[in-house]
Design a protein around this ligand. Sequence first.
Ligand code: GDP
Length: 296
Amino acid sequence: MAFGDFLAKRMKKSLEKKVNKSTLNEENIKDTLQEIRLALLEADVNNEVVKELISRIKDKALGGYIEEGANANQQLIKIVHDELQSILGQDKKGLDLNKKPSVIMMVGLQGSGKTTTANKLAYLLKKKEGKKPLLVGLDIYRPGAIDQLKELGEQTGIEVFEKGKQDPVKTAKQAIDYANENGYDTIILDTAGRLQIDEQLMDELNELRKTTSPSEILLVVDGMIGQEIIEVTNAFNKLLKLTGVVVTKLDGDARGGATLSIAYMTNLPIKFIGEGEKVNALAPFYPKRMADRILG
Ligand code: GDP
């Protein structure tokens, strides 16, 4: 069951049982807070975030935020929603693509969905913003990665620039020249991913960053990997100064909880979410929508 439905169901059940008066008190919200806590933990939301959320919800619920005569259940749900949103952020955070051409560097661990997301993003920018994007295949280590990107590009009609196994820094430089000569306004670099963060990967990414001065450095993370998501995000951010995060695989049995952990623990803006394997399954991250979805 999706996290949102799960939390909503658990909350509603305990609310129906306990909180049917118009006043919330320590006693009648105890079980509901416990349900919220368990649902968040089971959805892999970081423990620190869970504690903070529960404490904020409790303070507000008992702190006179309830309007006179208002239905206590609805009020409590509103408090939870507001607190979720205050952690997720108020507004959608877009991309800075003012430079001509703008470079977007996609980074992430192998299997996170980086290559797929690079293509989805190119497609979205072309379709929705009228951009002329160029995809650049720089993942020379994962067998078949460049061919995969070319196949995806063919499906979406987006050109892929690649030079096989040539040094990625050299290829990236050539791609920028090529973009300038051929009128591409957005260059999306699909960099190499590894199974784990290692020094060699980080050195190469750093070299690429220095050479291409990206307007955006987006980390692609798998929303299903659990607690590790914070460590991975912090490690990439420390070295590369990320401009945003894309959380993938939030479809199906999605644990939207990962977005809460990232937003609170890393303070980085989540810019997009991946909601499927299809090319149009990438959406801007709207904090309010995610809060709605988490609450069901
Ligand atoms: P990379 O190694 O990071 O480049 O990962 P890929 O782009 O090859 O993606 C790994 C797998 O995850 C592929 O099978 C993708 O189709 C799948 N994938 C990527 N994004 C999503 C998503 O948002 N939802 C789902 N369900 N699958 C995804």
